[in-house]
Design a protein around this ligand. Structure first.
Ligand SMILES: Cc1cc2nc3c(=O)[nH]c(=O)nc-3n(C[C@H](O)[C@H](O)[C@H](O)COP(=O)(O)O)c2cc1C
Length: 175
């Protein structure tokens, strides 16, 4: 794959929010998580964890905690990607909070792209009640849920979203 193929791969991913109820195979799920396992992390501490949620009742509860977003209930799998503060803070102190958030964000991104590479669809879901999600999944206090990554097979063609001109993000040498 050259850089132009890679850009095409990235450009053909879109968030999908309408899912069929076709379950994913264990291998499809494992493959996304293996992708996350290749991600860089601060000090190689890998300060992220994931809760694989397939149970229908739990998906309904998560959807409620995510302000009734229906795709969280409809997707056959929700990968709840979490920052593990203890793993990072035990090496980096307070700075470890930031690193754990970064590690988990990168891991979730790799899972999302792994889903795309596997012909699956996903929706990164960040709007949810943290406490609600933690209670539903029994997360320890040092684990912060960051992303509910809804994954499955979409039922509608993905809709491409626009982007601001890339130059608006770019600053040379100084701001
Ligand atoms: C940090 C973050 C939080 C997001 N939260 C939600 C969400 O709660 N619900 C949702 O439907 N989409 C959510 N999204 C998906 C964005 O709406 C979507 O990525 C954006 O509109 C660009 O569209 P695209 O993913 O199709 O390129 C979130 C994305 C990110 C990165």
């Amino acid at each position: 794959m050259d850089s132009s193929d890679f850009l095409s791969f990235l450009s053909t991913r879109s968030s999908v929010r309408d899912f069929s109820d076709e379950p994913l195979t264990e291998e499809q799920i494992a493959s996304m998580i293996r992708c996350a396992g290749t991600a860089p992390s601060a000090g190689n501490r890998e300060s992220w964890d994931v809760v694989i949620v397939t149970d229908e009742g739990l998906r309904e509860d998560l959807s409620d905690a995510a302000f009734q977003q229906h795709h969280v209930m409809d997707a056959p799998v929700i990968l709840v990607v979490c920052a593990n503060y203890i793993r990072s803070m035990s090496q980096y102190g307070d700075r470890g909070i930031l690193y754990a958030l970064e590690d988990a964000t990168i891991a979730a991104t790799y899972m999302m792209l792994g889903a795309h590479a596997g012909g699956l669809h996903s929706c990164w879901t960040g709007a949810f009640d943290d406490k609600g999600v933690s209670e539903i999944l029994g997360l320890p206090t040092h684990i912060r849920p960051l992303v509910l990554l809804a994954v499955g097979k979409g039922t509608l063609p993905p809709v491409r979203t626009g982007r601001m001109p890339i130059i608006e993000h770019v600053h040379e040498n100084t701001w």
